[in-house]
Design a protein. Structure first.
Lengths: 84, 286
């Protein structure tokens, strides 16, 4: 999957999950937890979505919470070097 | 009304009477006989969904093993923070009778973790690991205690629904029935104690909270229950059972009315307690 497609899917999932009525777009550097778009309880769902996009399991022991800051950090943390 | 101390004394007596040794009580079979179920089929997370309909009988039995291993994995990992938290409560705050019961509580939780992980290791070769990541957050006074006991009660009460039904189901493999029966026997006491502590902890702290904090705590509890249920729909379980596109099967089941009705049934006792005790005001959508 291309980088642009992965980023697009991540943004769409975050907006869907946040049930945000006001926001229809999300920038790749918008903080997703700090801004309240997602809560800590959404993190498991986000990891499972990332696993589904990657087609591989993620070991959460290897993840620093900072990786979940925004779409840029998620892409760098989970997908960089893997995209087609 | 029974005081917390009297309750602790009563539960300690019951714990001593029912004391058991996790290292000698089980006669672990070398191999599992797959003609059995390992979870009653009606409790399997995909039951009643198109993914379930596509499975043949053998695949359904196989899925039931991974589903029970997922329940055991979730319960063992749910009990770990409970044990950590209870250790911190033991000596500084309570009277000797309450501390005495907490020793039993910890002993029993430790044995549960041993039997659950032993089952998983022997028969599926792993424990399904939580995908949770701890994020730093700020709490109002007492909020962290309330969330701690909500987490403990949730893992115990929902797990107990499965334990009771699996333990008495003759279609289920004897070793699975035995584990579920033993867990239920201890958890019945833990739930009584946990509810009492939950109720008093909430009453103690909620009186000092602002309306906004109280609403936030209630919203978190409802979200926590939903997120706990989502853990039962594990794509890794579906993958291990040979179900193609486990993630899609999970998403379908989470949104399915059949599965929602199951979640509601299984959560009924817990939700009733939360409503009756005033911890929640509105029944959460699960």
């Amino acid at each position: 999957m291309q980088e642009s497609e992965i980023r697009k899917q991540l943004r769409a999932w975050i907006l869907r999950r946040s049930q945000s009525k006001a926001k229809t777009e999300l920038a790749d550097d918008t903080p997703i937890l700090e801004s309240g778009l997602l809560s800590s309880l959404d993190v498991v769902e986000l990891i499972l979505f990332i696993e589904n996009l990657k087609g591989a399991e993620v070991d959460v022991d290897d993840i620093e919470p900072e990786v979940l800051t925004n779409v840029n950090t998620i892409y760098d943390g989970f997908f960089r070097g893997e995209a087609a | 009304m029974e005081t917390a101390t009297e309750l602790a004394v009563r539960l300690s007596k019951a714990s001593r009477k029912k004391f058991w040794n996790v290292y000698s009580v089980f006669d672990w079979p070398e191999k599992l006989d797959y003609s059995h179920w390992f979870m009653p089929p009606e409790l399997i997370s995909l039951y009643g969904t198109p993914a379930w309909e596509k499975l043949d009988e053998e695949q359904r039995h196989k899925l039931s093993l991974f589903e029970m291993a997922n329940l055991f994995s979730l319960t063992a990992q749910g009990e770990m923070p409970l044990v950590q938290g209870l250790i911190g409560q033991m000596y500084p705050h309570h009277d000797p009778d309450i501390t005495g019961y907490l020793h039993h509580f910890l002993d029993e939780e430790n044995k549960h973790m041993v039997m659950f992980t032993e089952f998983c290791r022997r028969y599926i070769g792993k424990v399904y690991l939580y995908k949770k990541i701890a994020l730093p957050r700020k709490y109002e006074k007492g909020e962290e205690d309330v969330s701690f006991f909500i987490k403990a009660l949730t893992v115990e009460e929902i797990g107990d629904y499965y334990n009771v039904l699996a333990a008495k189901d003759e279609r289920v493999h004897p070793i699975v029935r035995e584990i579920n029966a033993l867990h239920h026997s201890d958890e019945a006491r833990h739930i009584v104690f946990g509810r009492e502590v939950m109720r008093s902890t909430f009453e103690e702290h909620s009186a000092d909270w602002s309306k906004a904090t109280l609403a936030g705590v209630r919203e978190w509890i409802a979200n926590y229950l939903r997120s706990s249920w989502a853990d039962f729909y594990n794509p890794a379980v579906y993958r291990d059972a040979g179900i193609p596109d486990g993630y899609a099967a999970r998403e379908f089941a989470l949104g399915s009315e059949v599965c929602r009705a199951h979640r509601k049934r299984a959560s009924e006792k817990l939700v009733s307690f939360l409503l009756e005790s005033g911890i929640l005001e509105v029944e959460p959508v699960l």
